[in-house]
Design a binder for this molecule. Structure first.
Ligand SMILES: Cc1cc2nc3c(=O)[nH]c(=O)nc-3n(C[C@H](O)[C@H](O)[C@H](O)COP(=O)(O)OP(=O)(O)OC[C@H]3O[C@@H](n4cnc5c(N)ncnc54)[C@H](O)[C@@H]3O)c2cc1C
Length: 481
């Protein structure tokens, strides 16, 4: 915990303790994701420990490199290798594990709710907001109960275990309807995250199905539901069309201009009147700014994003700077200077570069220099669609497809993955998979690890008691007939 006046308090009634004057300014970074990690790293590079204290707040002690989540779900990368532990990745910062519950910038104070125990507040001199986004859901009947998102490593690994487990269970089930339901997998949302998740998981499921002689690979049914008339809006229509064609060749069922109307108890109803049953609904239909920002006095736009100037300083709608406050990434509305009137799209490419700029600019301001404007022209997009399959569009014009695009995807992202430790582990995993083949074991029980211990600890009735129970049971049944 940072020194000075962090005061234990409840979120509802925050106790205020008069702060002792600080020797060095304290910079609080909200969120330890792409923006949080890289802004803190750059600040530490520019400012010594005697110039600034840096505190990162995040409920998770690691940064997740989301572009690798589809490969983690497919088992091509170990789940632990797509995250960078904050304490190891940035030296000489404090990491507070907890959720930011409230931001009172006028008082330079944030309230933090740890996983266990009372909420407390932390005061600061400068604030960096990198709280990212959450899944943008809709009030569709059954979605909250049936759906799974695809934004965290926990969701990606749970999805992998679930899909492999359904294949395991279905292969030992003779009820045709139940089997069909278990082997139907629905993905809603045809943006980058959705298409990559669908393509990678489908590729893995088909590879796994080869080990089940009881199962015909044709029984696996993967369905994509997309509200707009096309997929992958991030690349050209031509590449989007190519991807669509490739997915269709793999027997993936695609419903464009179609909406999910309901999924109560796994019964899917689509807007095109189609109905079927499933046990898997993956929701990847877009993101929205972290809703915790609503509990702040920072200026937000209509979409709930923090309003920023091109310098990444937070400002009100009239462009008046909110002093000592910076933001970037998915939760920020940052003007895109390369496209007048537009805002930077929510992707890692911008988040990473904005983070570095925030670090540079804040260090400059602390040394009484002028901050610089952020400007970055999109370098393109690369997507993996399963082993040796991919699409890429670079610098707007260069379009690549197939194995070369897949190699570009892996090369680009492994270089962007934070820390050499993780880069090396990922590359070692890929290399060993070339010789040892892909891992397709399901660790479904990991989601209830205490089940077998619970069952072993539950006292069983003694044989005599059991006989007496069975006897009484038989009598009562006989009495009824
Ligand atoms: C599956 C998937 C694939 C993607 N693929 C690509 C790609 O190929 N290329 C690309 O450019 N972009 C891609 N993206 C988008 C990219 O990952 C994001 O745009 C980027 O991570 C945004 O960075 P950020 O720092 O704003 O948010 P994040 O990196 O999400 O970080 C937000 C952090 O805030 C923390 N947080 C949340 N709530 C709180 C709270 N209350 N208190 C404290 N901390 C909190 C979170 O735990 C998280 O660590 C992908 C995203 C997904 C989900």
């Amino acid at each position: 915990m940072p020194q000075n006046e962090t005061a234990p308090s409840s979120a509802a009634q925050t106790t205020t303790v008069t702060p002792k004057p600080r020797k060095v300014p304290r910079i609080v970074v909200l969120g330890g994701g792409t923006v949080g990690l890289y802004a803190a790293k750059r600040l530490r590079k520019r400012l010594g420990k005697r110039e600034a204290a840096i505190v990162i707040v995040d409920p998770r002690p690691y940064m997740t490199y989301a572009p690798f989540l589809p490969e983690a779900a497919a088992g091509s990368i170990d789940g632990r290798h797509v995250v960078a532990p904050l304490r190891r990745a940035v030296k000489n910062v404090d990491v507070l594990q907890g959720n930011v519950a409230k931001i009172e910038h006028a008082d330079r104070r944030v309230t933090i709710q740890p996983e266990e125990g009372e909420a407390y507040s932390v005061t600061y001199d400068h604030l960096i907001v990198g709280l990212g986004s959450v899944a943008r859901t809709l009030p569709i009947p059954g979605l909250a109960e049936q759906g799974i998102g695809f934004k965290t490593v926990e969701e990606a690994i749970a999805l992998r275990n679930h899909v492999l487990n359904r294949i395991d269970v279905a292969s030992s089930t003779w009820d045709p309807e139940l089997r069909k339901k278990m082997l139907t997998f629905v993905f809603v949302g045809g943006g980058f995250a959705g298409i990559e998740a669908l393509a990678e998981v489908e590729d893995m499921a088909r590879a796994a199905a080869k080990y089940y002689p009881e199962l015909d690979a044709k029984e696996l049914r993967f369905v994509l539901v997309e509200g707009s008339p096309r997929i992958l809006p991030e690349v050209s229509e031509e590449l989007g069309g190519y991807t669509l064609e490739q997915l269709r060749k793999r027997n993936i069922e695609i419903h464009l201009s179609t909406f999910l109307n309901s999924c109560v108890d796994g019964h899917i109803v689509l807007s095109n009147k189609m109905e079927f049953d499933t046990e898997t609904v993956v929701w990847t239909a877009g993101v929205k700014a972290n809703p915790v920002l609503q509990d702040s006095d920072l200026p937000l736009d209509k979409m709930g994003r923090v309003i920023c100037l091109p310098t990444l300083q937070i400002a009100d709608e009239n462009g008046v700077i909110v002093p000592d406050a910076w933001a970037g990434g998915d939760c920020a509305a940052v003007p895109d200077l390369t496209t007048p009137g537009a805002f930077c799209p929510p992707n890692a490419q911008h988040a990473l570069r904005q983070a570095k700029k925030i670090g540079e600019n804040l260090a400059k301001v602390l040394r009484s220099a002028e901050p610089e404007e952020y400007s970055h022209r999109n370098v393109g997009a690369v997507a993996s669609l399963g082993m040796y399959k991919g699409v890429a569009q670079m610098f707007g014009k260069i379009k690549v497809r197939g194995p070369l695009a897949w190699v570009l995807h892996r090369t680009y992202h492994v270089m962007a993955m934070p820390t050499w430790n993780r880069k090396i582990r990922i590359m070692a995993g890929w290399t060993s998979a070339l010789f040892l083949r892909r891992e397709v074991v399901s660790l479904g029980a990991i989601h209830d690890p205490r089940a077998s211990f619970r069952s072993a600890s539950t006292p069983k009735p003694a044989p005599e008691e059991k006989k007496a129970v069975d006897h009484a049971d038989a009598n009562s049944k006989g009495a009824k007939t």
